[in-house]
Design a protein. Sequence first.
Length: 134
Amino acid sequence: LMIYATFEHALLQIRMITRHRFGLPKQEPMSKQSALERTKRCMKECGVQIDWTMPDIERIKIHSVLRNKVTHANGVFPAEGFKGTRVGSLPGVKVRSEDDSVSVDLGSETLLDAVASMHRFLLLLANYEHPDLA
């Protein structure tokens, strides 16, 4: 949870800096979107060209689903639709099927994968050279 919270905080800081550099209001419009979706919207608004379908972003989305279930449902998923979450594809995730639910146990590999994906994505944003700011 701390890893994902730190990632969300980093995205917030990046959005605030980006909005400031492009003369947009610092305060973001209210939104129930995820931090990743708000960042995507902000970057597009500022003309930052990122491939939002890249594997690290897809991986982060899966980690987001996992984080939400750990936080709000004790890591228990409804059995129906679990495969669609792709959580079981993350390294170190052990899946336990029960009657009508699925529980997951996380290994250190899961955390290392989250850190690596988030780190690579943050570096991509940090190293982006916008033509209007060059």
